[in-house]
Ligand binder design. Structure first.
Ligand SMILES: Nc1ncnc2c1ncn2[C@@H]1O[C@H](COP(=O)(O)OP(=O)(O)OP(=O)(O)O)[C@@H](O)[C@H]1O
Ligand SMILES: [Mg+2]
Length: 238
């Protein structure tokens, strides 16, 4: 088992949208409780990589292996990956319209295995408690992002994928979300964060991966990316 000894291990994955070859041999390991920043220019394949790892149908994984704690995620369908503890919070957050904050949370708790109780969520996200009876989609972008993360925690998750969680949010709200993500890390949950705001993502992350045209252009620590001017200019525009 030594080759799969990392908590979350991605081995040479390849994925296609129809004929379009997008994820072109990506490999990396993440330790339990670690935060990985997955960075790269627009169209580099970040979202596609997250979707492939969460076993969403499109893009289709054609080759490669994904292990969570030794379990073969590459052999799972998306609902099985969710049961195994993988949750993707997509860029659009998918808050369900017409439902209150609490109803959105209750819906997330229907699926087994269950994670945090509604009360525990309100303890950690007091803002959501205050707004429990408000329709979720009428909240601010930052509050909706909190709800999206909280909803993920309503499942018993082991790995959290966040696609551009800071998009469209004011810096003070980004700081609030960062605090929540630090709490998530303290719970031992492994996080992969995709962000255009590379500086914010790197501040939080232990490790960083830069994707370019579906391949890994750099892997290292977050500090190494911040210190490397060429890398920052070429791939991150910072
Ligand atoms: N549903 C799809 N069908 C076909 N091609 C797609 C589809 N979704 C994305 N692509 C293509 O796959 C490539 C990678 O897209 P992806 O969305 O993964 O990039 P990204 O790194 O997340 O970019 P961004 O920073 O803009 O979100 C792009 O060339 C894109 O046009
Ligand atoms: Mg994307």
């Amino acid at each position: 088992m030594s080759e799969n000894s990392a908590f979350f291990s991605v081995r040479d994955i390849h994925a296609y949208y129809g004929e379009s070859y997008i994820v072109q041999g990506v490999s990396f390991d993440v330790a339990e409780g670690e935060i990985l920043a997955l960075l790269g220019r627009n169209g580099a394949g970040k979202t596609s990589t997250l979707r492939t790892l969460a076993r969403v149908d499109n893009p289709a994984l054609t080759q490669g292996e994904i292990y969570l704690n030794g379990q073969a995620v590459h052999e799972m369908q998306s609902h099985e990956a969710a049961q195994a503890g993988i949750q993707l919070v997509p860029e659009d957050r998918r808050i369900i319209g017409g439902l209150t904050v609490e109803e959105n949370l209750m819906l997330a708790q229907v699926a087994e295995p269950r994670g945090w109780s509604i009360e525990k969520i309100y303890d950690h996200f007091p803002r959501l408690g205050e707004r429990r009876n408000q329709e979720g989609t009428t909240m601010s972008g930052g509050e909706q992002q909190m709800l999206a993360v909280a909803r993920a925690l309503a499942r018993d998750i082991k790995v959290l994928f966040l696609d551009e969680p800071y998009e469209g949010l004011a810096p003070v709200i980004v700081e609030e979300i960062e605090k929540i993500l630090m709490q998530v890390r303290d719970l031992g949950i492994t996080t992969i964060i995709v962000e255009q705001n590379a500086v914010a993502a790197l501040k939080l992350a232990d490790k960083a991966l830069i994707l370019d045209m579906g391949k890994i252009a750099f892997r290292g620590t977050a500090a190494e990316v911040l210190e490397n001017k060429e890398l920052r200019h070429e791939y991150l525009a910072i």
